[in-house]
Design a protein around this ligand. Structure first.
Ligand SMILES: NC(=O)c1ccc[n+]([C@@H]2O[C@H](COP(=O)([O-])OP(=O)(O)OC[C@H]3O[C@@H](n4cnc5c(N)ncnc54)[C@H](O)[C@@H]3O)[C@@H](O)[C@H]2O)c1
Length: 471
């Protein structure tokens, strides 16, 4: 019998509550939350009720929580991007080992400070780079390391953010403004930059970047479009961004899911379009369908705390997610390309954009002995290797083997974090591990800052100079 790791949660929002809180409810033998800090009273109380946290252990903010005697070993910091550094530094100094959401911080100096304090205090500080934990990217790394591809010459990696996810998070939502959150290349792609370093087992030597905000601007609004979709928009029947279509009908989500899902789940997701009543009725016979017919998760859980169709419509009338995508106060890019050369000489491109029909990450790796193509989607994932000499085609199904988000990466990240705490991991740099320590994450974050500088100043950045500039 193992004792659950005692933990505190800072920020009981979508990630804190729906991912890590849910993990604790599903795995009470692994982790137990003893205290919570959350500004929003409704979220705080709901989390406290779910985890049986008594009133004296509920806090409006992280400061009074961390001023108390240490509750346990672990602190999970799940506040918004610009609110990561202060609570994490305080938690490390208070003796906690920390799991910190990405991006670790939004400036190079703050990232470095986090690394320094983690190493000074000897506490573990891991960043939630969930992709490392997926079966998909783990298999890809294994294939590269086995030598099956020969020498890696070129990688082309695409982060295809779907048009509706872009609208939700980066036009209407929390990550729409660079100054209030982070540049999109950091917010969305620190994961991808991290994965590229992890796959290659090498750092980037130099990079350049182009991109801008092309589409989600007032001049592209349909004629006569009001500020909110529900104010009688003349394009309600034709505009893909019409908010009730995205959030109440929820069809774009199910289409993205169906594209890569298999079996009954795929059929049920497809049937949501023509016969949602049938899926609902069948879910009594096949409980796995309930995940679709009674879906209450992201992105609708962000729009309304209790996302019934009525509550969603209310929230869309005047709330941020009901705004016309062409009349928002967004300024982050909707497409960006980063060209990189890695230390061993391989060339790598990362293309990120917010206009994909179906969400997913596509990777193509050209090796001297074989080529790898890979698709990582909402419903499933696969990798295909084509050998040059034999013309043999090897197919790997890399779909998640658990039901958690990010292709199963969310739960496996928590498993690994808790295991590392139990085993007293040092939190020191160790590139063989799936867990990303603060020092490892620093590199992908510096690449994102460098890419943003390269884009804005139209220049090539040498990473050695960029790293040294902040020392
Ligand atoms: N690892 C991933 O793949 C992944 C995916 C999505 C989001 N994220 C990151 O996770 C973080 C959280 O995202 P989210 O969508 O859950 O955000 P959210 O806005 O839903 O949750 C953040 C919560 O922090 C609370 N908060 C703010 N100030 C606080 C304070 N002083 N003390 C205590 N609580 C405070 C807010 O009230 C809010 O409920 C972000 O940095 C985001 O970029 C990571």
């Amino acid at each position: 019998m193992i004792e659950p790791v005692a933990a505190i949660l800072i920020g009981a929002g979508q990630r804190g509550s729906e991912v890590y809180g849910e993990y604790a409810l599903q795995h009470p033998e692994q982790v137990r939350f003893l205290a919570v800090a959350e500004l929003d009273a409704e979220r705080r109380q709901r989390f406290a009720a779910q985890h049986s946290i008594s009133p004296e252990d509920q806090f409006e903010s992280w400061k009074p929580l961390l001023a108390r005697d240490q509750y346990g070993q672990a602190a999970l910091v799940c506040t918004q991007d610009q609110q990561h550094t202060a609570p994490t530094l305080a938690a490390l100094r208070a003796g906690y080992d920390v799991l910190l959401e990405k991006p670790m911080a939004t400036t190079p100096d703050e990232c470095r400070q986090l690394v320094d304090v983690a190493e000074e205090t000897g506490r573990q500080l891991h960043i939630c780079h969930v992709l490392r934990f997926t079966k998909h990217f783990s298999k890809m790394r294994e294939i590269i390391q086995s030598g099956e591809l020969g020498e890696v010459i070129n990688i082309s990696h695409r982060e295809n953010v779907s048009w509706w996810h872009m609208a939700h998070s980066f036009v209407r939502g929390n990550w729409r403004q660079k100054e209030a959150s982070a540049p999109m290349i950091l917010a969305k792609c620190c994961h991808d930059l991290d994965i590229l370093i992890w796959l290659m087992g090498q750092n980037c030597e130099q990079l350049s970047s182009v991109g801008n905000l092309l589409h989600y601007r007032p001049q592209n609004a349909p004629p006569g479009a009001p500020k909110y979709c529900l104010e009688g928009c003349p394009a309600a029947e034709t505009c893909p961004y019409y908010a009730p279509f995205i959030y109440v009908e929820l069809l774009p989500l199910w289409r993205s899911y169906a594209e890569t899902a298999k079996g009954v789940s795929r059929l049920a997701a497809q049937a949501q379009e023509r016969a949602p009543g049938l899926v609902n009725a069948l879910s009594n016979l096949a409980p796995t369908l309930r995940g679709i017919s009674e879906y209450r998760g992201w992105p609708i859980s962000v729009v309304a705390q209790d996302p019934t169709p009525e509550n969603l419509m209310d929230a869309l009338r005047e709330g941020p997610y009901g705004r016309c995508v062409y009349h928002c106060d967004n300024d982050v890019v909707d497409h960006q390309v980063v060209n990189m050369q890695f230390e061993g000489g391989a060339s790598v491109t990362l293309t990120m954009h917010g206009h994909a029909h179906v969400e997913g990450r596509f990777t193509r790796i050209q090796g001297s002995r074989a080529e790898l193509q890979a698709t990582f989607g909402y419903g499933g994932s696969w990798i295909e290797v084509n050998e040059h000499r034999s013309d043999r085609r090897i197919h790997y199904d890399t779909s998640a083997d658990n039901a958690s988000g990010h292709g199963g990466g969310d739960d496996r990240l928590m498993d690994a974090f808790l295991k590392s705490l139990r085993e007293g991991g040092s939190g020191k740099f160790d590139n063989s591990s799936h867990l990303s320590t603060a020092r490892q994450s620093l590199e992908s974050h510096l690449m994102a800052f460098a890419a943003e500088e390269a884009r804005l100043e139209e220049k090539v950045v040498r990473m050695s100079e960029f790293r040294e500039a902040g020392l």
